[in-house]
Ligand binder design. Structure first.
Ligand SMILES: Nc1ncnc2c1ncn2[C@@H]1O[C@H](COP(=O)(O)OP(=O)(O)OP(=O)(O)O)[C@@H](O)[C@H]1O
Length: 234
């Protein structure tokens, strides 16, 4: 199956229960698909709903209406109606999420933090650790840090550990939430290469990328969410 992600007529509002039930419309009528091997970038101004769309696909936000169809092998799963346990299964095998923020796990060395998603997918630990070391080296994380837990790392070092962790495993669908924010040019170029390698491996990617240079180098298509936020406000 070529289509890995398909959103049909998705709508999202927030209701602020502690503030007189004020309703904030975010998006409506969201319709687009992402095919295997392409990188689609969400465009539109700040507050238009890009992050909310990514969070709905990852199952962090519920949507009020519509379908979010994710291809898992020969099966199609509607994330919009899936049980939490099903969503956790999808996150292990099918949907990866790369953000700029690392959730630090106490006492676990950086190399094991990076290797963990690959081990969870069934790769033997030694092989996964070797791939993790290779990725940390590519992302210019100093070798002296690999055996330390990332809690004390600089913001940029933690971000690069997180990128390595996000790219190491094979997820047929990868969500990119500003993965290059505040990286230097050399490391941005590494992320561009990693995205191109994933494309060649047939991974479907959907991203938010404010960096226009990176966006131009990796985006096959831009989906502008302005029309979806206008539809919600109407
Ligand atoms: N958890 C939440 N509770 C209430 N409102 C929210 C929540 N998350 C997002 N919003 C609102 O939804 C709208 C869309 O926000 P979102 O973060 O999706 O936009 P964005 O396009 O990603 O913006 P940016 O480019 O600035 O990150 C905003 O008006 C925001 O205030």
């Amino acid at each position: 199956m070529r289509t890995r992600l398909c959103l049909n007529d998705v709508a999202k509002n927030f209701t602020m229960h502690l503030q007189d039930g004020i309703r904030i419309p975010v998006v409506a009528g969201v319709d687009f698909a992402v095919e295997a091997g392409e990188c689609v970038v969400l465009g539109g101004p700040s507050g238009a709903g890009k992050s909310s769309i990514l969070k709905m696909i990852y199952g962090n936000y519920r949507c009020e209406r519509g379908q979010i169809l994710v291809t898992e092998g020969e099966t199609i799963v509607n994330v919009a109606r899936a049980e939490p346990r099903r969503i956790l299964q999808l996150r292990k095998s099918t949907i990866g999420y790369v953000s700029q923020f690392l959730r630090v796990i106490p006492r676990v060395p950086a190399v094991a933090v990076v290797a963990e998603p690959l081990v969870a997918q069934g790769t033997p630990e030694d092989a996964a650790l070797a791939i993790a070391r290779d990725l940390l080296a590519r992302l210019n994380v100093p070798e002296a840090l690999w055996r330390l837990p990332p809690a004390t790392f600089s913001g940029g070092e933690q971000q690069r550990v997180n990128i390595a962790r996000g790219f190491i495993a094979h997820y047929p669908l990868l969500l990119l939430d500003e993965p290059t924010a505040s990286l230097d040019a050399a490391n941005r170029a590494v992320v561009v290469d990693l995205v191109r390698e994933k494309k060649r491996a047939g991974v479907a990617m959907l991203g938010i990328l404010h960096d226009t240079d990176v966006r131009e180098r990796i985006a096959d298509r831009i989906v502008d969410v302005t029309a979806f936020s206008a539809a919600a406000a109407a």
